[in-house]
Design a protein around this ligand. Structure first.
Ligand SMILES: [Zn+2]
Length: 482
C-alpha cells in the first residue's frame, strides 16, 4: 500500500464559484425572516410531527413556523446563534461545567494543534501546508483518511458494517425542510437509516427532526453550523457538538451517542472532545458524492450514478457505510432512483444500529433491533408517536452521558467490557471520559486495501471540504500518497 510515490497536489480553487450554491445549513439571512426576529408567531399548518408528515407541498413544508418554547430558548441564549460557529453562550453554567470536566480529564491531546484558520466572516479553511501527511501524527482524516487514533483513550472511527453483503444507510445534513416525500419512500420500502442532523437545522425545522425519530430511524449529530472541525478552537469544537446533542435532546427527546464530522474533517483533538461528550465518531467507507452534482457542484448526474454503481458493484466483497445526503431534492431523489439496484445487489440495507449491533443508541429507553432482528422484521420499541412527541424546554433535560454509562450506545463498539483502566493516561477518569479500553471498530477485509484508496479518497475529501468553504479563494497544499 505504500508503493505509491509521495506527491504534493496543489489545489487551487476560486471558491466563490462553488460555495454560494453549496449551503448545507440554513443561511442566517434566511433565518432572519423567521418569527424569532419579527415577533410573529406562525403555526406550521401542523401542530405535531404526525400532522406535519402529511404535508406534501414542499413550499408549505419549508414555510417557517414557530414552536414558542424553542424560540424562547433561542432568544434567551440557551443555544448558540443559528448558522454561526458555536461557542458557549454567556451564562450557560451547565455547559461550562461539562466543558471544564472534559478539559480536566486530560483526554484532549495538547500536541494536536488547530488546523487552518477561520476568517472574520466565520468561514473556516483547513491548511495542510507544513503538516506531515505521511506520518500523520494527529490521525487527521483530511490528510490521510486516518480512522484509528494515535492518542490514548480515544475510540476508533466506525466506517464499515459487521455483517456481509450489507450497505450501511446514512443520510447527512438534515433535517431538510421538504423531506416528507423522501421519508415516505423510506417508510414504503421499510428502510431505516441513520440520520446525521445539523444542530441549526434541528432548531429551525423541529417537526421534521421529530419525524426522523418517530419513523424509526436513529439520529446522530452533525455539528451545529457544519464547519471543518479541525479549524476550530477546543471550545468551539465542544460547543458545536454539545449544542447539537442538546438540540436533539430538547427537540426529539433522545440523547445521542454518535456524530459525524462535516467533510470527514476530524483529528485526535476533535475525536477526544467528542469522546468526552460520549459521542462516537462515525465516518464512511464509500462516498456517493451526491451533494456535488451540477449545476451547483462539479459532478454530472452520470458521474454520481457511476459512484453509486461502483459501490453497488462490490456488494459481494465489502460492507461499507455509505455517505449519502438529504441536503436537497436531487440527493433525495437520486437515492430513490438508485435504490432498486442497491437492493438487488445488497442483501441488507440497514441503519448503523443494526450495522454495528448497537441496540441502545440513546440514553433513553428506546431499543433498536440488532442486525438479526432487523432483517427478520424487528422494530424499535419505545419510540414516541408522531402525535405525542413534544419539545422539552426543561433546562435540566439534557445531560452528557459518558461511554461507560451508556448501556449499549455507539461507544460500546470495539470496547472491551471487562477493561476498566485509563490506559496510558495518568489522569483519573472523570465522568465524562471513557474509562475502558478500545480496540478497532468492526472491520472487514476491505480495510486492508484502505491505503491504496486513501489518496483518491483524501483528495475527494479535500475538494468536498473546499467546496464547503466561504468565498475566499484558497490554495491548499496536499501531501498524500497517490
Ligand atoms: Zn454534512
Amino acid at each position: 500500500m505504500l508503493g505509491y510515490a509521495n506527491a504534493v497536489i496543489f489545489v487551487a480553487l476560486a471558491l466563490s464559484s462553488v460555495s454560494a450554491n453549496y449551503i448545507r445549513t440554513v443561511p442566517s439571512g434566511e433565518f432572519t425572516k423567521r418569527s424569532l426576529h419579527h415577533g410573529m408567531h406562525r403555526r406550521a399548518g401542523a401542530s405535531n410531527a404526525a400532522e406535519f408528515a402529511k404535508i406534501q407541498d414542499p413550499a408549505q413544508q419549508c414555510s417557517y413556523y414557530d414552536i414558542p418554547e424553542l424560540t424562547k430558548m433561542l432568544k434567551s441564549h440557551q443555544f448558540p446563534k443559528v448558522s454561526h460557529i458555536a461557542s458557549i453562550p454567556e451564562g450557560d453554567t451547565q455547559a461550562q461545567q461539562v466543558w471544564q470536566d472534559i478539559q480536566n480529564s486530560g483526554i484532549i491531546p495538547k500536541e494536536v494543534k488547530v488546523k487552518g484558520h477561520t476568517d472574520g466572516k466565520g468561514h473556516s479553511a483547513i491548511d495542510l501546508a507544513g503538516y506531515d501527511g505521511s506520518a500523520d501524527p494527529d490521525c487527521w482524516w483530511s490528510a490521510s483518511t486516518c480512522k484509528k487514533p494515535k492518542h490514548a483513550n480515544i475510540p476508533s472511527d466506525v466506517y464499515t458494517c459487521k455483517e456481509p453483503n450489507t450497505w450501511g444507510l446514512t443520510f447527512d445534513d438534515g433535517p431538510n425542510c421538504s423531506h416528507n416525500a423522501f421519508y415516505d419512500f423510506l417508510q414504503k420500502e421499510n428502510l431505516k437509516a441513520t440520520l446525521f442532523y445539523i444542530g441549526t437545522n434541528i432548531v429551525t425545522w423541529p417537526l421534521q427532526a421529530q419525524r426522523g425519530l418517530v419513523d424509526g430511524h436513529d439520529i446522530c449529530g452533525h455539528t451545529w453550523a457544519h464547519r471543518a472541525m479541525t479549524t476550530l478552537s477546543d471550545e468551539q469544537v465542544f460547543a458545536e457538538l454539545y449544542y447539537t446533542s442538546k438540540a436533539i435532546k430538547h427537540v426529539t427527546g433522545v440523547t445521542t451517542s454518535c456524530w459525524r464530522p462535516p467533510y470527514g474533517d476530524v483529528d485526535d483533538r476533535v475525536r477526544a472532545i467528542a469522546a468526552g461528550l460520549g459521542l462516537r465518531t462515525i465516518l464512511w467507507q464509500d462516498d456517493t458524492d451526491d451533494w456535488n452534482v451540477q449545476p451547483e457542484g462539479d459532478a454530472s448526474v452520470q458521474k454520481i450514478d457511476q459512484n453509486y454503481e461502483k459501490i453497488i458493484g462490490k456488494a459481494d466483497k465489502e460492507s461499507p457505510i455509505v455517505l449519502t445526503h438529504e441536503i436537497n431534492e436531487y440527493t433525495m431523489k437520486e437515492f430513490q432512483r438508485m435504490f432498486p439496484k442497491v437492493k438487488a445487489a445488497y442483501t441488507n440495507v440497514v441503519p448503523l444500529t443494526a450495522c454495528t449491533n448497537v441496540t441502545k443508541p440513546y440514553v433513553e429507553d428506546i431499543t433498536y433491533p440488532d442486525f438479526g432482528q432487523l432483517i427478520t422484521g424487528g422494530k424499535a420499541t419505545g419510540l414516541p408517536g408522531g402525535d405525542s412527541i413534544q419539545f422539552d424546554a426543561d433546562q435540566s433535560a439534557f445531560k452528557v452521558v459518558s461511554f461507560s454509562q451508556q448501556e449499549n450506545g455507539f461507544g460500546h463498539i470495539g470496547r472491551s467490557r471487562t477493561a476498566n483502566n485509563p490506559e496510558t493516561s495518568s489522569s483519573s477518569a472523570p465522568q465524562s471520559t471513557p474509562n475502558s479500553s478500545f480496540s478497532d471498530p468492526p472491520t472487514n477485509e476491505s480495510d486492508t486495501k484502505e491505503g491504496t484508496k486513501s489518496g483518491a479518497a483524501t483528495l475527494s475529501g479535500a475538494l468536498t471540504f473546499l467546496a464547503g468553504l466561504g468565498s475566499t479563494a484558497l490554495f491548499a497544499i496536499w501531501h498524500t500518497t497517490l
